[in-house]
Design a protein around this ligand. Structure first.
Ligand code: ATP
Ligand code: MN
Length: 467
């Protein structure tokens, strides 16, 4: 091997012309090998790009024996001259000069030996699926979106605020919680009335994994002005749907002095920014997914970024659903918690645009949402997306201490450990708003994938917690 610096496949394609005629050094995993007795072609991918680089092995220089270990999945190191390609399908190729084999992948055992595996099959091989073109594309887009999110908020002067993953508050009501304990499960200490005695537990009280960082986020917003959280959340809900995970990532901006309109404006600008960022920075990966899975993907992404979201009240939405003449699985009436089929009817069939639905009945929303003057609805806003349904849930928060306490009493919210939250309303309370975006739902939309289990490297859902 000559002493040359490795170049990634992404860098190589970014500067094809400049590099043509020079000797390059590449390392990666073999996608395919084909050819004849005179020449062998290897597609090499190193994960930096959806594109693989073609490597040409001349059998006058390499023996068949030397090339034998180069099977799908093997890892190799190659040096050679970068030349314009004779063949179709690629602009440049490397004429191999030096070969080093890092690791073989026995075709008899390697699970990704064949091409064209179903997504269901790959879910069973989640430890290796990042090596496929599809998951490479999805995971690079996931990275780009995470980066875009930090960019967006940083540029706007929001502070990244870290809220705890372990929490003692259980009143958010967003979903069932996973408990965190060091108590001996086979011999739980009990109080006199038979309940579990948590006084000897790690925190001296019952603790859980968080379902949302919002309540703590409000503490940040009412101090720093505008914050956002971006971290994992955990919900022990038994929702075996293509849109729910038990461990997912959420972005939760929370802003002092924002009212519901400001909140909606921010949500719309934010989502459009993220989609545009992906279109701009992940063009190859999105094109690949468009061609392989969803021929309307790029068109749909452009459409969403180029059009205003429809804004209408829950009450108006219910009227449209009632007058639709459509027979839904779950009946529609004022007061119902909208199901995904209702949300998608509004978005995909009626408006054919993303919809921000506002002013929901207070009974179906969380205690902290600001009560409207009608006494019946709260200043909630859900952003509903084609193919996804709810992608964002948010609201203007109730900033009035007495009204908030009224809602807490009405809804029997267990507030015993929530004095800290109430203090935001006791000391220097301000109008404020925020929302939560499910990161994986955004990725679903941007990649056109159908199942949320395919947009996170290691999905957690009921019955599945491998590695
Ligand atoms: P849904 O009705 O779809 O279960 P939700 O009302 O429970 O959603 P929120 O509590 O408002 O959702 O959470 C904010 C956002 O987090 C949602 O808009 C959605 O994008 C995302 N989200 C909620 N639950 C899950 C989950 N189990 N898996 C992945 N994302 C989720
Ligand atoms: Mn839910």
């Amino acid at each position: 091997m000559k002493d040359i610096k490795r170049i990634t496949v992404k860098q190589l394609f970014a500067d094809c012309e400049g590099l043509t005629g020079s000797v390059v050094d590449v390392k990666g995993w073999v996608r395919t090998r084909r050819g004849n007795k005179h020449v062998q072609f290897v597609a090499l991918n190193d994960g930096t790009s959806i594109k693989s680089i073609q490597i040409v092995f001349d059998l006058s220089r390499f023996s068949e024996e030397e090339l034998k270990p180069i099977t799908t999945g093997a890892s190799i190191h190659v040096q050679g001259l970068l030349v314009a390609s004779q063949g179709k399908g690629q602009s440049v190729e490397i004429q191999a000069d030096e070969l080093q084999i890092y690791g073989t992948a026995d075709p008899a055992d390697y699970p990704l030996q064949k091409k064209g595996h179903t997504l269901e099959f790959l879910r069973e091989k989640a430890h290796l699926r990042p090596r496929t073109n599809t998951f490479g594309a999805v995971l690079r887009i996931r990275h780009a979106l995470a980066f875009a999110i930090h960019n967006f908020f940083n540029d706007k002067g929001f502070y990244y605020f870290h809220t705890p993953l372990i929490t003692a508050s259980d009143c958010e009501g967003a979903g069932a919680m996973f408990q965190v304990t060091t108590l001996p499960l086979s011999d739980l200490p009990r109080t006199e009335d038979g309940a579990v005695d948590y006084s000897g537990d790690f925190y001296g009280k019952q603790a859980s994994l968080t379902v949302s960082g919002q309540l703590e986020g409000e503490l940040g917003a009412t101090a720093l002005g505008a914050i956002y959280t971006f971290g994992p959340t955990f919900r022990a809900e038994n929702s075996n749907t293509p849109r729910h995970l038990s461990e997912f990532w959420m972005i939760e901006p929370e802003m002092a002095f924002y009212e519901i309109q400001d909140n909606m404006d921010l949500a719309e600008e934010f989502i459009k920014y993220c989609i545009n960022y992906a279109l701009e920075h992940c063009a190859d990966d999105i094109q690949f997914l468009n061609d392989m899975f969803d021929k309307e993907l790029i068109e749909r992404l452009r459409f969403v970024t180029h059009n205003d979201f429809v804004r209408l009240s829950y009450t108006e939405g219910i009227k449209i659903l009632e007058q639709s003449g459509r027979k839904f699985e779950f009946p529609v009436y004022w007061g119902v918690d909208l199901a995904s089929e209702h949300e998608r009817y509004l978005v995909e069939e009626h408006f054919k645009k993303p919809v921000i639905l506002t002013d929901y009945p207070k009974e179906i929303k969380a205690f902290y949402m600001k009560l409207n003057d009608d006494g019946k609805t709260v200043r909630a806003m859900d952003v509903l997306f084609p193919k996804i349904g709810e992608i964002i849930g948010g609201s203007e928060r109730e900033e009035n201490y007495d009204k908030l306490m009224g809602r807490i009493a009405e809804m029997n919210i267990p507030m015993k450990d929530m004095w800290w939250y109430l203090d935001t309303r006791r000391f220097g309370t301000v109008p404020h708003s925020g929302f939560g975006l499910g990161f994986e739902r955004l990725i679903l939309f941007v990649t056109g994938m159908q199942n949320i289990r395919d947009v996170i490297p290691f999905p957690r859902y009921p019955g599945n917690c491998e590695f």
